[in-house]
Design a protein around this ligand. Structure first.
Ligand code: DX5
Ligand code: ZN
Length: 218
């Protein structure tokens, strides 16, 4: 089975957002990856509910929302209402992660945890059964178009064996610097979902690039 491909809307042309959404709908992409940044947890501000609205109205695929914000619990209910299917919070932003994940599930969404590049996967040992998804940041969060951090491969392998050991169905998502050149190696190491911003939206033919990401990882 090929990797799930999740184009990151952060790299889309917001002047033609509706067309970009239709393009992803028409492509082989599996999910929409939606990066929400608050300018506090990360040194950049992206977008929030005004962008969730057209996505909820027009996107025909899973909305995978990645919150790069402090104190994300404040917005769990609002993102459920806004149409998020998967809500991912940062390990580094949650003092009571167990409570945060339960809260997300109680609002009918799947719960994800994202780890910054410096955060070891071993810290998830006692929370893994609650994680529908673990998002390994393979760049420092905040911006699209950065280069991939190679240590991510080691983290994928370690996380994969932790998941096997605990018997959970947790998906491993890789976020940042995914390209046509590293997609296969990431999948071979154990990644289930590949986020791609610049690789998809910076390409001359995004539909074709998404198809290539699917076939490379098959
Ligand atoms: C980074 C975001 C990523 C980003 C990926 O903070 O979480 O999802 O959009 O973009 P690329 O694929 O261009 O590195
Ligand atoms: Zn992201």
């Amino acid at each position: 089975m090929s990797a799930r491909i999740a184009p990151s809307i952060l790299s889309a042309d917001f002047g033609k957002l509706y067309e970009e959404i239709q393009m992803i709908n028409d492509s082989q992409a599996d999910w929409f990856h939606v990066d929400v940044m608050d300018g506090v947890f990360v040194p950049n501000i992206s977008f929030g509910f005004p962008v969730m609205k057209p996505l909820k109205a027009s996107a025909k695929k899973t909305l995978d929302v990645h919150l790069m914000i402090v104190d994300p619990d404040r917005y769990t209910a609002a993102f459920a209402e806004a149409g998020a299917h998967i809500l991912t919070v940062h390990y580094e932003a949650c003092t009571h992660l167990h409570r945060s994940l339960n809260n997300i599930k109680n609002h009918g969404m799947q719960a994800g945890v994202a780890l910054n590049p410096h955060t070891p996967v071993s810290l998830l040992k006692d929370i893994l059964p609650l994680c529908d998804l673990v998002c390994l940041m393979s760049v420092n969060p905040g911006f699209g178009g950065q280069s991939f951090i190679e240590n991510t491969y080691t983290k994928i392998r370690e996380l994969k064996s932790m998941i096997k050991e605990c018997g959970s169905n947790t998906l491993i998502e890789i976020d940042g610097g995914v390209t046509l050149a590293n997609a296969k190696a990431l999948t071979d190491a154990g990644a289930d979902v590949l986020v791609a911003g610049n690789t998809v939206f910076g390409s001359a033919n995004p539909i074709q690039t998404i198809a290539e990401l699917k076939s490379i990882t098959a």
